[in-house]
Write a protein that binds this ligand. Sequence first.
Ligand code: XMP
Length: 494
Amino acid sequence: EGFPGERLFNQGYSYTYDDVIFHPGYIDFPTDGINLCTKLSRNIPLSIPCVASPMDTVTETSMAVGMAALGGIGIVHYNNTVSQQASIIHNAKSHRIPFNADLLFASSNDTIHSIDEFANSPCIFVTESGNNDSKILGFVTKSNWEKWSNKEARISDYMNNCPITLPSSDNFEDVAGFIASKNLDFVPLVNEKDGQVVNLVTAADLERIKSLPKLGLPSLGKDGKFLVGAAVGTRESDKERWEHLVKEGINALVIDSSQGNSLYQIDMIKYVKNTYPHLDVIGGNVVTMYQAENLIKQGVDGLRVGMGSGSICTTQEVCAVGRGQATAVYKVSSIAEQHGVPVIADGGISNSGHIVKALSLGASTVMMGSFLAGSNETPGTYVYQNGLRMKKYRGMGSLEAMTKGSDARYLGDTAKLKIAQGVVGSVADKGSVLKFVPYTMQAVKQGFQDLGASSVQSAHHLLRSGELRLEVRTGAAQVEGGVHGLVGYEKKYF
Ligand code: XMP
């Protein structure tokens, strides 16, 4: 019954994840027996197959920290200056606690007029300039301010001058133990080098983290710090960027291009492999075996697969090139696997079923933009639109993003006229990745159990041996496979 992958994907059709459906296999293990450990690239093991995309509305410090704490990894975007990208990586690597608080600063000469100025933070930090650019001098809590009757007074009159702080390199257990032993409401974590505050941990945060579902081990490098990746383009000037990022200790270098089979990328792979032989280099994006082979020959340690499948992408409409993501992942991974190169299925993930499909079609990890967008860990602030709490999510090839420099990915080195290959949109508040990613992984495990795959490797074995049977879903079958015939309903998974 059904077709093996080899037959289904060799008929001249380009299939998306939604086009295909798997037949159930044989279950002889519990979901707890399923192991989602995998590899981002040749030498980077992960506990979960999740990668945050290098997009400026997805991955900066907070997302990189959150993903690494969960056992995945975040790839920091480069739509910023070299020093901004380096400092995001530096901050992510100096964290041991899987979240990042919004910090407020003022100078000792300032006046706090209203309790609203504290927003959601328990305190306002005081520095010489009023910005987060030097050692903290003290802080003011909401209760300091409430107790002080003269609301026109300067902060210096009632601030707390001797803040108790902890080094930002302390891990979760150290901080939790300290807060409990001293009965504190919160403690600032400071950068050991210059005394700048990098995070604020409250007793309530620690309780919240303890109550979240546990996954595997966090992603830590040999130095004991969180694993962090970074993307960079293929311009000559990007070589200098690499140097700064490598100094900050990045673990994976992603060469970012929407069409990776190019002279520019091949030159860059050669350069990076020669200059930083100890680092894993991920090439892409590719969607065909031919493209993949060209990059594998240059020694890439991982391949990023997808062209035009992302939720914000218009590449296929604008340029008429690309491939259905299910076909692209199947084809590229079939060649990459022969060379021991892990594949990252990039884009087009909008539910846990898509993750099961990507991994079962040969990918080792999935890279996600929209699935993680709108979470607490993404850059940007929430705004209300039609009564819904939303955050911006935009394509790196959108006109808006390209004005900041991301045009290199889509236009190469020399193009003078900018044509967008992406759009700007909003996504609803999803809460924290620390909560919804573990639930998503549980759903992936249920899918693996139905298939009879106890690990990512065993899913790959089922595919290559032909035991995994697939079919294409007709339009009607796709409708039947989703919720149908209901007037009003709410999709809630946990
Ligand atoms: P999802 O579906 O997860 O896709 O939102 C994220 C991936 O989409 C790619 N990307 C783009 N592709 N135009 C494109 O054609 C764009 O503006 C754009 N921005 C991001 C990228 O591979 C990302 O990981």
